[in-house]
Design a protein. Structure first.
Length: 122
């Protein structure tokens, strides 16, 4: 795991009003705030879903670029921006596996909690 990927997955983050996530200072706590924590948890679930394929095909673990690419494909498919029938089964699995992270939460994309979570995680 690269340093940047490890930082994304393991460091404490906080959401900012500009919609970006920034590292939390130690005096602010050692855990990510609520939305950053849910985004990280979603990335961890995504990691589990893609690591086998990348290991088999490329002999490597997923990295932050893989997460970003997958998350953007989910958002584009969920919003109808780019219909991608090849991801339907995986998106459904990820939707179900991450339901505790998005069901009943605030949205910013067409009342779609799953797309909103994927977008923030990206």
């Amino acid at each position: 795991m690269t340093d940047l990927t490890k930082t994304v997955m393991e460091s404490a983050w906080m959401a900012h009003t500009d919609w970006a996530f920034y590292p939390r200072l130690p005096e602010e706590g050692f855990h990510s705030d609520e939305i950053a924590g849910r985004a990280q948890a979603f990335i961890r679930i995504l990691h589990l879903h893609i690591e086998g394929h990348l290991s088999l095909r490329d002999g490597r673990a997923p990295n932050y670029e893989d997460y970003f690419s997958c998350l953007k494909q989910i958002v584009q498919d969920e919003t109808g921006e780019i219909a991608n029938p090849l991801i339907q089964d995986n998106a459904t699995r990820l939707h179900n596996a991450s339901s505790s992270l998005h069901v009943g939460r605030d949205t910013h994309i067409n009342d779609n909690t799953f797309a909103s979570l994927a977008d923030r995680a990206a």
